[in-house]
Design a protein around this ligand. Structure first.
Ligand code: HEC
Length: 194
């Protein structure tokens, strides 16, 4: 854990780690902070991309991909789920409340289907953060926001702690993890307090 953010499993395990990422997805994520179908880098990972990785040569990125590929699989940490096709199924009352709040607060940038408006960085499907039952990075991104300087300009998400109550933010996490990550979470309002 780094300042409340979780660094996800980077080993070649297919479910917990990066084993089912293609070479192109890995290279894209490292050098631009986003990979199609895998979500964006945010928080400290976005900073690593912004300040270092995006200046590396293609050869160095390729060498890093080879290195990541070589890490023996370890089945530890949350599993990254692909976005459920056809939605998450029945939502409980809290997640339904979150659905309404998502339409209001989030869909302007992420679109109701999570595909992202204008920028690939706002595509949520496949992001590890939305299928982590503990929701550490989801909580962090909602509390503090995140930003990343890209070749196409700056992409940015504000924090929501001032505009929404802790209960509302917990409801949003219940919806986001169910709908985009096919994962039931029980992230409490207290995660958004103090
Ligand atoms: C102003 C546009 C904007 C709004 C509003 C916004 N986001 Fe984002 N969000 C982004 C962008 C851009 C990124 C990628 C940022 C990055 O790569 O650093 C992102 C990233 C994310 C991520 C991915 C984090 C990760 O590391 O996998 C999640 C989850 C997320 N947003 C959820 C939400 C939710 C829930 C809301 C509503 C409460 C919301 N966003 C509102 C623009 C926005």
């Amino acid at each position: 854990m780094q300042m409340g953010w979780r660094a996800y499993n980077l080993t070649s395990d297919g479910q917990h780690g990066l084993g089912n990422w293609s070479e192109d997805q890995l290279a894209s994520y490292l050098s631009t902070g986003v990979a199609s179908g895998k979500g964006p880098a945010s928080g400290p990972m976005a900073e690593a991309v912004e300040h270092g990785l995006r200046y590396m040569t293609q050869e160095d990125i390729a060498a890093m991909v080879t290195y990541l590929r070589s890490l023996p699989p370890i089945a530890e940490g949350p599993v990254a789920h692909p976005m459920p096709s056809g939605g998450a199924g029945a939502l409980d009352a809290v997640a339904r409340r979150g659905e309404g709040l998502f339409a209001q607060a989030c869909a302007g940038c992420h679109l109701p289907d999570g595909q992202g408006r204008q920028s690939a960085w706002a595509a949520l499907g496949g992001a590890h953060s939305v299928s982590d039952p503990a929701g550490d990075n989801l909580v962090q991104v909602l509390r503090t926001g995140t930003a990343l300087e890209t070749a196409q300009g700056r992409v940015f998400m504000p924090g929501f702690s001032k505009a929404y109550t802790a209960e509302e933010l917990a409801a949003i996490t219940a919806y986001v993890t169910a709908h985009f990550g096919n994962t039931q979470t029980d992230i409490k309002a207290s995660a958004f307090k103090n």
